[in-house]
Each structure stands twice: as structure tokens, then as C-alpha cells.
Design a protein. Structure first.
Length: 241
């Protein structure tokens, strides 16, 4: 079997990442790139509020997106993430440690056998976590070089997360603090029904560009990375039903 040059894959990952245009696709590329260049079948990003110690699932590749978005809890209730945040380092959990340090409901939902938690490290805080695994039927093997490169990626994405618009800021505001206009609420409810931009425009009697403007405003107000994420936030905060 041909030996993989992880340093080369790391360089290719960084090149693709920094060549990606500004916008929501940056974070998606950062997550999908972990699957393309490294030995992982599933990858996800979890937002983190260091002050309030709350973590919230944001986006996943290979994982079920709705399952990822459902993650929201105090990081102190999940020892593995607390260790990664406090230690500011890569954490590898083999099967025994997964069962000990990850809440049982997540082991069941994601069929976890092993897991890597990589914090996104800034000068003073952790801004989020990458979660990586080799699928529900495989376990991750320890590789010192690979883990060193993951730590580098965590440092680099941590710096980018402070200034890049694609990285969502964890929204902890109660419903009363999230203010959408009546038309934005209409558009968001139609998105929840599964309608396309074209269908929403026809239904509300406005043009598609106007609908896209409303969608952009909704994403900005909710701190969402895409329309599906916005709908999930809307349901979670009782904004739509």
C-alpha cells in the first residue's frame, strides 16, 4: 500500500483553503477538506462560546446535518470537549474513552467508535471544535505527524475564525432579542416548508433577488451559515413553527 505524505496533503489543504473566496463556502470547504486530504470519513464543526461554556453543532460532512445542529449544551457536561478546550490541544478518543467521556446519546446518534476533537485556538480562547472520525465501522489510528498537522490546522483556523465572516458566532440570545421583520418571518417560514427561492418569490409576489436579500438578512441576524442552518435556529428559538 502506498504511504501517504501527510505533509503534502496538509499543504494542499491549506492552499485550497486560502484560495477559497470569502463567504459561507469557506467553512464548508474547511470541513470537507478534512475528508478529502486526511483519513476521515466524517467531519463537523461545533461553535463554542468560551465565556458561557456553551457548544453548538453547526455543520457536518458525512454526519447527518440535523443531528449535528441538534448538539447544544454546556461543554462541562461533555468531558472530552472540556478537556480539549482547557488543554487547547488535539484529543483522540478510542472506543473505551468514547464511552467514558462522550454523552451516551451522542454515541448512539452518531454510532461513534473513535473520535478526534480539534479545538480552534486563538490567542486567548477556543472559538470552536472540529470533530473527525473514520466512520461508524472504523477506528482512528494514532499518527504523531498527522496529529501535529491537525494541531497546526486548529491554530490556523482559530486565527481565521476571529476575522472570517464564514465562521458563525454562537447565538445565545433569547427569542426576544432576535428581531426579524414581518417579511423576513414570512420568508423564513416558507424556507421551513421546503420552498425554493423561485417558489417563495411566486408565493409572496416579489422577485427572486428580493427573496435572496431577505435570506441574506436572515442569515446575518441569526448568525447562520446557510438557509438550512437558519431554519434550524428558527425552530430552536421558537421563531417559526
Amino acid at each position: 500500500m502506498e504511504r501517504i505524505d501527510w505533509r503534502k496533503e496538509y499543504c494542499l489543504y491549506k492552499k485550497e483553503l486560502f484560495n477559497t473566496a470569502e463567504g459561507p463556502e469557506f467553512l464548508e470547504m474547511a470541513i470537507e477538506g478534512m475528508r478529502q486530504h486526511f483519513p476521515f470519513e466524517r467531519a463537523g464543526f461545533i461553535s463554542y462560546d468560551a465565556e458561557k461554556r456553551i457548544k453548538q453543532g453547526t455543520i457536518g460532512c458525512g454526519f447527518n446535518q440535523n443531528d449535528i445542529i441538534s448538539i447544544r449544551e454546556d461543554v462541562r457536561e461533555c468531558q472530552a470537549f472540556f478537556m480539549a478546550a482547557m488543554g487547547r490541544r488535539t484529543i483522540l478518543l478510542k472506543e473505551a474513552l468514547v464511552e467514558k467521556l462522550i454523552p451516551h446519546q451522542y454515541i448512539q446518534i452518531f454510532s461513534l467508535r473513535s473520535l478526534i476533537i480539534q479545538p480552534l485556538i486563538t490567542a486567548h480562547n477556543v472559538n470552536g471544535f472540529l470533530i473527525l472520525d473514520s466512520g461508524c465501522h472504523n477506528t482512528i489510528k494514532h499518527n504523531s505527524l498527522l496529529f501535529d498537522l491537525l494541531q497546526n490546522i486548529g491554530n490556523e483556523l482559530g486565527i481565521l475564525s476571529c476575522k472570517h465572516a464564514a465562521f458563525p458566532r454562537l447565538s445565545l440570545a433569547p427569542e426576544s432579542e432576535i428581531t426579524l421583520s414581518p417579511r423576513e418571518l414570512q420568508v423564513m417560514q416558507e424556507l421551513a416548508y421546503g420552498l425554493t427561492i423561485h417558489e417563495i418569490a411566486d408565493r409572496l409576489g416579489i422577485n427572486q433577488l428580493t427573496v435572496r436579500d431577505y435570506c441574506s438578512s436572515i442569515l446575518k441576524k441569526l448568525g447562520a451559515i446557510n438557509r438550512s442552518h437558519a431554519v434550524a435556529i428558527g425552530f430552536r428559538n421558537g421563531i417559526i413553527n
